[in-house]
Design a binder for this molecule. Structure first.
Ligand code: GDP
Length: 459
């Protein structure tokens, strides 16, 4: 019989409420041992108020207690939740008390692993639980939430079912080549498999966006010193992170901070400038800036519109010309002195659209808002997948999709070359098996261990 385990389910620290969760067939007995006012007959899904007892039977805290009966629980087994005050000491004593009543400490991720093993979630849904917990802004949260609802799992199941139908027909053709039963032709196999291949391709493509949704869009701020980069960084983050001064070269090193725009996580890097210098410390910063620019998804170049543009502005523009660039002409409040022809020249060097040029004053909240809006418009055009389809955010899923697609493509090629059906069938079957890894149907113990080792205790 399965055993019963317990763990603190809420983050360690001080909080209004903290939860200890117990799962397994012995949950009700543990409730009887830990909950002072436990009635003889406990109603499932009722909230009981009373007191928690430590392992020696002393009252340690007030709590409410809920018993949920299998199989309609997260893990699929009996579950009890103790909701006490969010004190590390109190919660630990409750766990100790549960142990003395017969539970053992849960392994990290064990609640979710059990939910998977009991068929409550497929593996992609279980993984969505971690993504949801770790989401840094609204969009990654909504992608994880869709995945938790099973949208990716359902698409994988649908693709696998279609491949399975082809495999079944292939088996008929292989086993009864000369019989007078209706055989599906090789061309029909190819057509159907290509259709599934397109679906795999579109999921693989979505992972480009998935990475951005998960890790954030990296934005590098570039420009001469004193044009307003640090002010823009602070404005975008809404906090005074970088030191803003009148002394050119203050930002010696790169400064990286995260925030979100339009629900997407952004990572903003303020670069130290990229002009040649003899100062050794500054050189290190400059080297790092060049790397940051290389890695950035979007470069925001800031120029000071209140003075004539300088040769260095054009040098910087040349340096970032191969990237996706937006241009911010700053210090509008001081009046526009920079010649329009020079601004046009910058625009043509970096190759941005007129809509990607923002005239503003980043010293004001409104001015920052204009830059945020322009960045959001830019993200909507270049980075965001808007067809409503599934988005693959997990590297393990992407890897399996790439392998499944390779096997399927190989199978299609063999069919096109009219190789024996048995040979093509092996590849198509491989593809079917590999797709099963995503939802956990064909996942090895090793894959499961890797997935669940990423979970925290109590999840
Ligand atoms: P960085 O060297 O490019 O990071 O530039 P900073 O953000 O440190 O700004 C340099 C100076 O310009 C500071 O004194 C800022 O207050 C000032 N500054 C930045 N943006 C504006 C602006 O829009 N208008 C005005 N008048 N001053 C600004």
């Amino acid at each position: 019989m399965a055993d019963t385990f317990a763990a603190i389910a809420t983050p360690l620290g001080e909080g209004g409420v903290g939860i200890v969760r117990v799962s397994g067939p012995g949950s009700l007995n543990i409730m009887k041992g830990v909950f002072k006012e436990c009635p003889d007959k406990v109603e499932p899904r009722h909230v009981y108020y009373g007191h928690a007892l430590d392992a020696s039977g002393n009252v340690i805290d007030e709590m409410i207690c809920i018993y949920m009966r299998a199989p309609h629980t997260f893990t699929g087994e009996d579950v009890v939740e103790f909701q006490a005050h969010g004190s590390n000491v109190s919660l630990r004593l409750i766990v100790m008390s549960a142990i003395s009543a017969g539970a053992r400490i849960a392994d990290p991720g064990e609640f979710t692993k059990l939910a998977f093993l009991n068929g409550k979630l497929d593996l992609s849904q279980a993984e969505a639980v971690i993504d949801l917990i770790k989401a840094r802004s609204e969009k990654p949260l909504s992608i994880a939430s869709d995945q938790l609802n099973g949208s990716l799992g359902q698409e994988i199941v649908a693709i696998r079912n279609n491949i399975k139908d082809v495999l079944a027909q292939m088996a008929v053709n292989i086993d009864f080549p000369d019989e007078d039963i209706e055989q599906v032709s090789c061309d029909e196999f190819i057509t159907e498999l290509k259709r599934q291949n397109d679906r795999l391709q579109s999921l693989i493509k979505s992972s480009e966006f998935g990475k951005i949704a998960r890790e954030g869009i990296k934005i590098a701020l570039v420009g001469r010193t004193n044009v307003g980069k640090s002010s823009l960084l602070n404005g975008l983050l809404g906090e005074n992170r970088a030191i803003v001064t009148d002394i050119p070269g203050t930002t010696r090193d790169t400064i990286e901070e995260s925030s979100s725009i339009g629900g997407y996580p952004i990572v903003v890097v303020d670069t130290a400038g990229i002009r040649d210098t003899d100062d050794v410390i500054e050189q290190i910063g400059i080297e790092r800036s060049k790397n940051e620019i290389e890695e950035a998804d979007l470069v925001v170049m800031v120029a000071d519109g209140s003075t004539e543009l300088a040769a260095e502005d054009f040098e910087i523009a040349e340096h970032v010309a191969n990237k996706k660039v937006m241009l911010v002409i700053n210090k509008e409040d001081l009046g526009m002195t920079a010649a329009q022809s020079d601004i046009d020249k910058l625009k043509s060097i970096i190759g941005c659209d007129t809509g990607d040029i923002v005239y503003t004053s980043v010293k004001t909240v409104k001015g920052i808002g204009k830059v945020r809006d322009a960045i959001e418009r830019n993200l909507a055009r270049g980075f965001i997948k808007s067809d409503g389809g599934n988005i693959v955010t997990n590297e393990r899923h992407k890897d399996a999709l790439v392998r499944a697609k390779a096997a399927l493509v190989h199978g299609i090629e063999l069919l096109e070359m009219r190789e024996p059906l048995e040979v093509a069938e092996i590849e198509v079957h491989d593809s079917f098996q590999i797709l099963g890894e995503i939802i956990g149907e064909t996942a090895s113990e090793e894959i499961l261990d890797t997935v669940f080792s990423k979970f925290c205790l109590g999840k």
